[in-house]
Design a protein around this ligand. Structure first.
Ligand code: FAD
Length: 458
């Protein structure tokens, strides 16, 4: 059948999940894959999430670019699925649709005072320094002495590191010019990372080492939090063991002379506050902005994975001028026609096959939930691709030809939507690289979608 000859498939989202799924699908010798992306530019969190001082992580862009250069793959940016085109319309035009649109929202703290100026999500802060258009107006106020990050994951570490890194060390990264300007004026000296549970339950990984070695900053850890840990770590899995040993050494061992001197001359500090659960963001006396966080002291109940933090009844107020909530990203439903588990924040699926909807698949954070690194996302996206190709082979997808992009292009054009192609992106890319030259930056990101479209003559 024609379907066997040219399966028309589309992927929604151009982050790691979208690109790795496409890469796997292109193993089929005839399949054509269109990738739709709501931003005018590709790569999702590789561009808008990964920290500017981690350029090596962004090398995956080279692989994605190769995929996009395949004659059987096309990128269509500036197209928001659910708004510009619906999922049923895509299902009509393609043999199969893969949803890989990530996690566009953040988990709220759901505590009083959360709406006060001076409180923002780590997601928005990351988007701000990485040039995500919707966060360019954030204007975080860094005129305070102390910032509190609620959460102890890798995103919390990224945010703490960006707040504390000497700005001159960020000058040659792709951080936006505006963010670098604000960070240069920053008066933040201390950053606390607050967690409900203890050192054995932190969500961040061995990336902590970078924090410990951060120039100009010293760690503040309370040895009391680490009592008895030496015995417990014998039983924990290796990555957690290494991480806990690092924490333990930092907290309890006397630093050597060089390190002691480094710490003594450090003008900034960061610390981990364990066994603290946020209850309220405290307002300043005039009620106009955040001035601290009220924390409930907790202790642990249960063992291993089931360990929970329960309040002891004690409270503690931590004064600060900036509160960043970093308790997780969250996916949104994309279209009323697509099943969505709002409790888990994922599309219900079995190995990437969306439950009860033949021909519809998912991959990445919207499939698994918002955890895991790019490599995890790669594995799960390859698996989704594999399931789809199996279904295709088994004749489970619609037979007969499908129009693919031709039909969607007509719809988009009737709605006044002008997609951005991959070669358009390459023009924007060249422009960004050119703007970075002279200042020694790998690129100066374009942050205004209107300007991007203007540059493309759209
Ligand atoms: P995303 O990367 O979010 O991609 C989803 C894409 O879908 C986006 O481009 C989005 O614009 C698009 N989209 C959303 N809605 C629509 C719609 N309606 N229509 C069309 N398109 C849409 N991993 C590492 O390995 N190393 C790191 O250093 C690292 N740092 C990170 C730092 C941060 C702050 C965060 C949040 C994550 C980090 N990760 C890191 C994890 C990594 O980014 C994720 O594993 C990965 O990006 C998830 O891929 P995804 O494609 O599912 O989601």
């Amino acid at each position: 059948s024609t379907q066997e000859k040219t399966p028309q498939i589309c992927v929604v989202g151009s982050g790691p999940a979208g690109f790795y799924t496409a890469q796997h699908l292109l193993k089929h010798p005839q399949a054509h894959v269109d990738i739709y992306e709501k931003q005018p530019v590709p790569f999702g969190l590789v561009r808008f999430g990964v920290a500017p001082d981690h350029p090596e992580v962004k090398n995956v862009i080279n692989t994605f670019t190769q995929t996009a250069h395949s004659g059987r793959c096309a990128f269509w940016g500036n197209v928001e699925v659910g708004r510009d085109v619906t999922v049923p319309e895509l299902q009509e035009a393609y043999h199969a649709v893969v949803l890989s649109y990530g996690a566009e929202d953040h988990r709220a703290l759901e505590i009083p005072g959360e709406e006060l100026p001076g409180v923002c999500s780590a997601r928005a802060f990351v988007g701000w320094y990485n040039g995500l258009p919707e966060n360019q107006e954030l204007e975080p106020d860094l005129s305070c002495d102390t910032a509190v990050i609620l959460g102890q994951g890798n995103v919390a570490l990224d945010v703490a590191r960006i707040l504390l890194t000497p700005p001159e060390h960020l000058e040659r990264t792709d951080i936006t010019k505006a963010a670098l300007g604000v960070l240069r004026q920053s008066r933040v000296k201390t950053v606390w990372l607050v967690g409900r549970r203890g050192p054995l339950q932190v969500a961040f990984t061995i990336k902590l080492r970078e924090m410990i070695q951060l120039p100009g900053a010293r760690p503040i850890l309370d040895p009391v939090d680490f009592l008895g840990l030496q015995d417990k770590i014998k039983e924990v899995p290796r990555p957690r063991k290494r991480l806990t040993e690092l924490l333990l050494r930092t907290a309890t061992e006397k630093p050597g002379p060089a390190e002691a001197a480094r710490q003594a001359s450090a003008s900034r500090a960061w610390g981990l506050r364990f066994f603290r659960s946020p209850q309220q963001v405290l307002p300043s006396p005039d009620g106009r902005r955040a001035a601290g966080v009220r924390l409930a002291v907790t202790r642990l109940e249960g063992v291993d994975e089931a360990t929970r933090a329960v309040p002891t009844g004690d409270m503690e107020d931590l004064p600060c001028g900036l509160v960043l909530s970093s308790i997780g990203y969250k996916s949104r439903p994309v279209d009323p026609s697509v099943p969505f588990d709002s409790k888990l924040g994922v599309i219900p699926n079995v190995e990437g096959r969306v439950m009860d909807v033949p021909g519809l698949y998912c991959s990445g954070w919207v499939k698994r939930g918002p955890t895991g690194v790019i490599a995890t996302t790669m594995t799960d996206s390859f698996l989704t691709g594999q399931m789809l190709l199996q279904d295709l082979k088994a004749g489970l997808l619609p037979s007969g030809p499908r129009p693919g992009y031709a039909a969607i292009q007509a719809l988009l054009s009737s709605r006044g939507v002008r997609p951005v192609s991959f070669s358009d992106w390459e023009k924007l890319d060249a422009e960004e690289v050119a703007r970075g030259q002279g200042t020694g930056k790998p690129r100066e990101k374009l942050v205004d979608p209107q300007e991007m479209l203007r540059l493309l003559g759209h």
